[in-house]
Each structure stands twice: as structure tokens, then as C-alpha cells.
Design a binder for this molecule. Structure first.
Ligand SMILES: [Zn+2]
Length: 343
């Protein structure tokens, strides 16, 4: 609980925000719609179909997450100029995911040179992950394709592709992210964890062997470059998070997840320990597709230990990470204090 200390620093405005946080309902309605998809497991395989929450965001949230061009293509059904996208000439081996929600959409093994100037694939990563609609714009009848989880417009599918499917998924580069698999060289991985006051969460992960760097900050909201005061005033939708950089050769992602679950009560919606409020919500913002599959599998295992209870942790693609103000960084290291106690 750090509010009293900071209230002394920032004065009455923050105190008022704190008092409001005790009485205000959660500002964002919880989306209960679900969709069945397949993810990429840590071994590189396609998972069994999984029921996951649909990703529904406000227009402001999409604009905060995406570049102007990504927004124009995925949310406003735009098309990028042929031969100008970053992936039409990408020949690396790996997985293409949705820029909006991180869902795996295509593998490089299904990519071919169609000569059109847009990334082209003859089959999706999983049939479940791609939605289709009839598109009659521009006087043509075409089949539009989109991410089934977040609705991002991807491009179109035509029936003039190569064997074995005869299909040509004509996709905009700006609707995609690409993850080289296996990675060209071993690199540290990153993930964002939210588990209450970020001072304690950072201290908890800083002490884990194999964690090579930590930073506290804000993520998951609908504004760009939020400040601490704005986050505490509940006007941004952002959560306090810790960016954890780790060496997978020294600590596995599953081991970090164990630390995460034990650091707070993931069954309590929008509340962790003595800190209440949407900015203290439990969250895993993944930065690689395998992290999502591992996090969801780990959460499902946790639920089996507590029959009837549901893990409230938000598991979502990491949007932009805004590092917190310098005085929040390594706070317990500078001023003393202990890591988050296990519940
Ligand atoms: Zn998506």
C-alpha cells in the first residue's frame, strides 16, 4: 500500500483519487463473449481448440495500441500499397500473429510468392482463427478475412492459390506481427506482469535467478504515455505492471508464472492484497505467442486446485509499455521494503 506516502508527495488531488477508488465501480465492463481458437504451444505445436475471451476494445484503446496505418487497415478495412508492406518479401521461418491481439494466424511454411505485392498464404495457422465475411465493396464480390478474436481486418481470400488448398490469403503486412522461430540467436525474453502495487511486484521478480532486468510502468489502457497521477485517477484503463526481462536458459516462463501466481491472489477480480482498483488488476501481457498458450494452460491448472473458482487474471497481448516515473523504479531497493507476500 503506497498511497499514503505518495499522497504526501502529490497532495490533495491524489488523496481525492484514492478516496474515489474506494467507492467507484470498475470503469470497464467485463467482456463475457468467448471464441474458440488454437494457440502456439512452447514446443511449436498447434494447441487443441481453446475457448478464450473475445477481444473487444474501445476506439480509443485501439488508437492507443496501434500505429495510424495499422489502425487504418485493421479497424477501418484499409489496404496497404502493393510491394510496400514489410512482410511481402519476408522469407524467414516463423509465425505471423494478429497485430491486434497476438493470435497466431499463419506460418511461414504456408507463405508463397503470389507476385501481387502482398504477403500471400495458402492456408491459415488454424481454420478456427480466421473469420470470413462477404465483401461487395468496389463493385466486386470478394471474401474478406479477419481475426476471429479481435475482428481485425486482415485482407481477402481468393480461390486461385497453389496446391494443396488452392487458396490465396492476400494479407496486409500491417495487420501482422512476425516471430522468427526458432529465433536467429538466443535472446532474453520479456513479459509484463500486473499483480498489485508495482513496487513489490518488481522486488519479487528482481530476486528471481535468471531475471536479467526489471522496469515498472503502465500498460493495458486506452491512453498514450500515461502518468502515475492519471493512472491513479482511473481515467486511463492502464494497469501497474512490471516489465520482466529474463534469460530462458536460466529460468523458464513456467517458473516465472509460478512466482506470479504466488505473489498475489489471482482469483480476486480487480483487487490484489491491500491495493484495490483497476490499476492493480492481475494481468499477464504477453510478448510472444508461446507465452499466451503457457499462461492459459497454467491458469487452467491453477483452477483445478480450487474447484468452482475462476482465475480473474487478464491474459492479453501487450500493447505499448510506458515506463513509470524514475522515482518508482527499483523503489524498494532504494528505500527498503519487502516483496509482495504470498497470500
Ligand atoms: Zn486479433
Amino acid at each position: 500500500m503506497k498511497i499514503p506516502i505518495l499522497a504526501a508527495i502529490t497532495g490533495l488531488a491524489l488523496t481525492a483519487a484514492y478516496l474515489e477508488s474506494l467507492t467507484s465501480p470498475p470503469p470497464t465492463p467485463v467482456n463475457t463473449s468467448t471464441v474458440t481458437v488454437r494457440l502456439l504451444d512452447p514446443a511449436g505445436h498447434v494447441t487443441e481448440p481453446m475457448v478464450v475471451p473475445q477481444v473487444v476494445k474501445s476506439d480509443a484503446a485501439w488508437r492507443a495500441q496501434l500505429t495510424a496505418e495499422q489502425y487504418r487497415i485493421t479497424r477501418a478495412h484499409g489496404t496497404e500499397t502493393a510491394f510496400c508492406g514489410v512482410f511481402h518479401d519476408n522469407h524467414k521461418t516463423g509465425v505471423y500473429t494478429c497485430i491486434g491481439c497476438g493470435l497466431p494466424l499463419f506460418r511461414s511454411t504456408a507463405k508463397f510468392d503470389s507476385g501481387t505485392g502482398w504477403p500471400s498464404f495458402f492456408q491459415p495457422f488454424a481454420r478456427e482463427n480466421i473469420g470470413e465475411t462477404r465483401d461487395t465493396s468496389y463493385g466486386m464480390i470478394r471474401t474478406e478475412v479477419h481475426c476471429v478474436r479481435c475482428g481485425s481486418h486482415l485482407g481477402h481470400v481468393f480461390d486461385d492459390g497453389p496446391p494443396p488448398t488452392g487458396l490465396r490469403y492476400c494479407i496486409n503486412s500491417d495487420a501482422l506481427s512476425f516471430f522468427e522461430r526458432p529465433p536467429a540467436k538466443p535472446e532474453p525474453e520479456k513479459v509484463l506482469f500486473g499483480a498489485g502495487c508495482f513496487w513489490g511486484v518488481e522486488e519479487t521478480f528482481r530476486q528471481v535467478k535468471g531475471v536479467t532486468a526489471t522496469r515498472v510502468g503502465y500498460a493495458g489502457g486506452h491512453t498514450r504515455q500515461p502518468t502515475y497521477e492519471a493512472v491513479c485517477a482511473h481515467t486511463t484503463g492502464h494497469a501497474e505492471v512490471v516489465e520482466v526481462e529474463f534469460d530462458p536458459a536460466q529460468v523458464t516462463f513456467d517458473a516465472l508464472l509460478d512466482v506470479f501466481w504466488k505473489s498475489h491472489d489471482p482469483f480476486a477480480p480487480r483487487k490484489t492484497g491491500s491495493d484495490a482498483g483497476d490499476q492493480y488488476r492481475s494481468a499477464i501481457f504477453f510478448l510472444a505467442p508461446e507465452q499466451e498458450a503457457a499462461a492459459r494452460a497454467s491458469a487452467a491448472r491453477l483452477e483445478t486446485q480450487k474447484p468452482g473458482a475462476h482465475v480473474a487474471t487478464e491474459i492479453a497481448l501487450a500493447g505499448p509499455f510506458q515506463p513509470a516515473e524514475e522515482y518508482h523504479q527499483h523503489y524498494y531497493q532504494k528505500h527498503g521494503g519487502k516483496a509482495c507476500p504470498a497470500p
